[in-house]
Design a protein around this ligand. Structure first.
Ligand code: SF4
Length: 382
């Protein structure tokens, strides 16, 4: 195992401080909370802590067994007090928290002798910090480190970030371009490292990008009503199990009710107007997407990389649809930044933090965990 000698942090990493009981989205709801073996043993071996095990369940997995806090995925943690504080911390101290709770929303990825520290957009305070950033997000790096050059997956991640941070291209097109790049690699799975670098270099050329973007023009002329209906059904299917999560209820209740009564043909005329207004949040959304790419698109298995990126696209589609519904039911037809930030947090949790459940859903619905490029393209470019 390599000794970690360099710790690199995402921009503004040190600004993060949990706002605890002032948080509207306590991190104890909306996903399964894992108890790592070290913490499980600490609880088991201490007679004052043994009672905590009454709230732990054992899951037999494929090759890997897990301990989870006994709660429904969309339920509240049994250790959360009415004041929104964690009883484990107040009664015993945060050294007895499981790794998941202790580290959230911090994410660590190790590469050779480098540890990268990033932050999850599932925490509202993180999204708040990102919303105040004027520049593009990045990992503060030491130029003398060559770890990115050594690993193909990090070169791919670097290209994704470069595409996503290009100026003068709409975020939808940048998502499609990035997804297309990953699919093209999948079709050429025998790429050597040299071929890979050569392939990725294409995406540095303005002309190459222009030609690629021209290929997507046809998708923009597809039937808007049909694909808006498709996004709406996807939205209903995915939020069905989460709309009663206490901290999501307020934000999802009325838009969910609206989706059931909605007449897509009638509201399609507001779609273009909405998309023009939504552009104002491209920078915030781009920085959140890049921060997710930096923390989750790190697998050296290309299919896993594609699935991670697909989750980011699904989050984007659902955030955009939720903000659209909220805009539509707002008499003044305005978009509030707070709504955009709230939906970023909600869908980061529903999709990003429950990716195993989402993959199962995709398998049930589409018989594949990787959705077809044409389909994704049509949904994004409505
Ligand atoms: S979601 Fe973030 S701000 Fe809220 S309680 Fe958790 S760590 Fe703190």
């Amino acid at each position: 195992m390599n000794k970690i000698e360099n710790i690199l942090k995402i921009k503004e990493y040190d600004k993060f401080k949990c706002i605890a009981d002032k948080c509207n989205f306590t991190c104890c709801t909306g996903w399964d909370i894992n108890v790592d073996t070290k913490t499980y043993n600490k609880w088991r071996e201490n007679k004052d802590l043994k009672y905590l095990l009454d709230n732990v369940r054992f899951i037999k997995g494929h090759g890997k067994n897990k301990f989870l806090i006994k709660k429904e995925t969309n339920g509240v943690c049994p250790f959360l007090s009415n004041e929104g504080l964690c009883n484990i911390v107040t009664d015993h101290g945060d050294e007895y928290l499981s790794l998941t709770c202790r580290s959230f929303p911090r994410i660590e990825n190790d590469f050779e002798d480098v540890k990268e520290l990033t932050l999850s957009c599932s925490c509202p305070e993180v999204v708040n910090i990102i919303s105040h950033m004027e520049e593009k997000i990045y990992i503060e790096s030491n130029n003398s480190l060559s770890y990115i050059e050594d690993l193909g997956c990090l070169k791919i991640r670097e290209s994704l970030v470069n595409i996503l941070q290009k100026e003068d291209i709409r975020i939808e097109n940048k998502l499609i371009l990035s997804y297309d790049m990953l699919f093209n690699m999948l079709d050429n799975d025998d790429l050597t490292y040299e071929n890979l670098i050569e392939f990725l270099d294409n995406y540095k050329s303005k002309n190459y990008i222009k030609e690629e973007l021209n290929k997507y023009k046809d998708y923009e002329n597809k039937d808007t009503i049909e694909y808006l209906k498709e996004v709406n059904s996807l939205f209903i299917d995915i939020i069905e199990n989460y709309r009663n999560v206490p901290s999501f209820k307020e934000a999802l209740k009325d838009i969910y009710k609206f989706t059931e009564e909605i007449n897509i043909e009638k509201f399609v005329k507001n779609w273009k107007e909405f998309k023009d207004l939504f552009k104002e949040y491209d920078n915030l959304i781009e920085n959140c997407i890049v921060s997710k790419v930096l923390s989750s698109c790190v697998s050296d298995d290309l299919e896993e990389m594609i699935i991670s990126f697909e989750m980011i696209i699904l989050e984007y589609l659902l955030i955009r649809h939720a903000v659209f519904l909220r805009y539509y039911i707002n008499i003044k037809k305005e978009i509030s930044i707070q709504d955009v930030k709230d939906y970023i947090v909600i869908f980061s949790r529903i999709i990003g933090n429950n990716s195993e459940a989402v993959i199962e859903f995709l398998l049930d619905m589409y018989e594949s965990e990787i959705l077809e490029f044409d389909y994704i393209c049509s949904l994004i470019l409505i």
